[in-house]
Design a protein around this ligand. Sequence first.
Ligand code: ZN
Ligand code: ZN
Length: 360
Amino acid sequence: MKAIVVEELGRSELRDDVQPVAVGPDEVRVRMRASGICRTDLSAAKGIWPTRLPVILGHEGAGEVLEVGADVDTVAAGDRVILANLRGCGKCYFCLRGERYLCGHEDQKGAAEHNFLLAGEPAFGMVGLGAWAEEVVLPEISVVPFVGDDVPFEIASLINCAVMTGVGAVIRTAEVEPGSSVVIVGVGGVGAAAVQGARLAGASTIVVVDPIESKFERMRQFGATHTVTPDGLAAAKEEATGGIGFDYAFENVGRTDTLRAAWDATRLGGMVVLSGIGSETTETGLSLYEATMEAKRLVGSVGGSVNPLIDYQMYLDLWRTGQLDLEGLITSKIDLADAPEAMDALDGGADISRQVIIFD
Ligand SMILES: [Zn+2]
Ligand SMILES: [Zn+2]
């Protein structure tokens, strides 16, 4: 079958010599129907996000279950499912505390077990998934069934990254209160979802910062009250908050300079939420003096602190009732073969929220 594979860092290619492994007793086989392209896929392809090679990219997708192992009892053949790298085992220290997104944390970087064969040899799905393949075999705990035949797969495919990470950072990680002032630094797919999350949370001021001005009209439709390029942020802070700074900043890029911009835009005692994922060697660039004396909270947000078994359906229900514009997040639909080109477009800074692969 076909899949997008990275055998050698920096080179993503369509291959047709990929197979899913045989279905084990606690595993399911899923036919992929739709899958989004995220900046973290680029990071995995380049080695910024640590991963085992060869890797099948893709960590955001939805499909239908074709086959289940003998011990599987939470999903059945024919179920529509969202791939879920953060569902958690349900039994460990973190899962029992309700922090499922921290379960098996090291495995989130490089999958422990291979779930594909490439030319007959073991190959790994990104974060244990590998959504850019026609079929994938996964543990039962790596899928979440969803309800509603009215939900197109392309809508469901956005949940396990853009939506959970962006909306979740606002409503789960930060728990933004109505009337808050919010600044969102970087509006790709995750940032665009965060704008909608801020609107859902009742933020009264939502400032979007991004170098690509052609995104701004879409962001205003999503709920942004102000849209500025990075050099306009200081003036927007002055205008929107009287110079005090924002209650919350959401950083969706993962660079030292964008963290600095988010930090400086935040008020004393405010919260800076990091959803953008930088490399293991990139430093925050904050001095210890300011880290203490400005009394700001710097919070890492893993997958928007999601609990997939509860939150996925909530996000789909919010979409169904018109409170989340998920169609608006899809800027183009593409074929699997076009994924490498789509990654280049994302890397080149094009005006993109999500490019979604539609499988035949
Ligand atoms: Zn992602
Ligand atoms: Zn667990």
